[in-house]
Design a protein. Structure first.
Ligand SMILES: C[S@@+](CC[C@H](N)C(=O)[O-])C[C@H]1O[C@@H](n2cnc3c(N)ncnc32)[C@H](O)[C@@H]1O
Length: 232
């Protein structure tokens, strides 16, 4: 299915960063209260990816790459292995515009991994796009993550970033969250912007130690969930 979104669907958010409105889900990809702020606060800050020496990031829902760009800012040139799933990649011109247009002013847009990605985008349908720059690797798999095989016990960091549990419920089910928890390495940390009770309970049932943390603007709380080191 061809993606129907275009640059006309871009919209500014409260911190000045841009996001995109999805017609299909009736929601924006990033927070209207600040897309970049949310990425930094919840996903980067919540997981502590910035202080991991060799981060292995699993992202559920690559979207418009906001979380990737915010991660590239803090990881800079340190070793990074980033694996993202996205079944409906947006057009290349949308990604370019969103990350600051030709001037590349958006945070992370000048990073070599993002620059290479913009040249190679989109990932092939049913396949994987791989970018490698020195000790950094990015893979974006154009697959429905519900039926995709997830790496087991691999991720030091998980960004659980589907659309809301109401709009995109399949990414928040007990069954799927159990699979996502299985992708975490012992001691690995998952972060998600949702603090819904059923999401928290599903993460607890999946064997993770879950805590609520103060949220970014527009959100009272978000969830941080850690896999105990003694759990496979
Ligand atoms: C909130 S957006 C993600 C925003 C993104 N993390 C970012 O930083 O820009 C949710 C994304 O999940 C994707 N998605 C939803 N269900 C999916 C599924 N079953 N498999 C793969 N991707 C899915 C949507 O297409 C959308 O791009």
């Amino acid at each position: 299915m061809a993606h129907e979104l275009g640059t006309a669907d871009l919209q500014p958010t409260a911190d000045g960063s841009l996001t995109l409105r999805s017609h299909r889900f009736g929601q924006t990809y990033g927070s209207a209260h600040g897309a970049e702020t949310q990425a930094r606060h919840v996903f980067v800050g919540g997981t502590g990816v910035a202080v991991q020496r060799r981060a292995r990031v699993l992202e559920i829902g690559f979207g418009v790459g906001q979380n990737l760009r915010s991660t590239l800012v803090v990881c800079d040139r340190r070793p990074l292995d980033y694996l993202a799933y996205e079944y409906d990649p947006v057009p290349a011109e949308v990604l370019v515009q969103l990350s600051g247009g030709a001037s590349g002013n958006g945070a992370g847009a000048n990073h070599p991994v993002w620059q290479e990605l913009m040249l190679a985008w989109p990932p092939p349908v049913g396949g994987e796009l791989t970018i490698g720059v020195q000790e950094q690797r990015l893979r974006v798999r154009c697959l429905d993550v519900l039926s995709a095989e997830l790496p087991q016990g691999w991720a030091t960091t998980v960004y659980l970033d589907g659309f809301s549990p109401e709009a995109n419920p399949e990414l928040w089910s007990d069954e799927f969250l159990l699979r996502v928890a299985g992708a975490l390495a012992p001691g690995g940390v998952l972060a998600t912007y949702s603090a819904a009770g059923r999401v928290r309970r599903a993460l607890v049932a999946a064997g993770l130690d879950v805590e609520k943390r103060p949220g970014p603007p527009g959100k009272r709380e978000f969830l941080r969930a850690e896999k105990p080191v003694d759990r496979p």
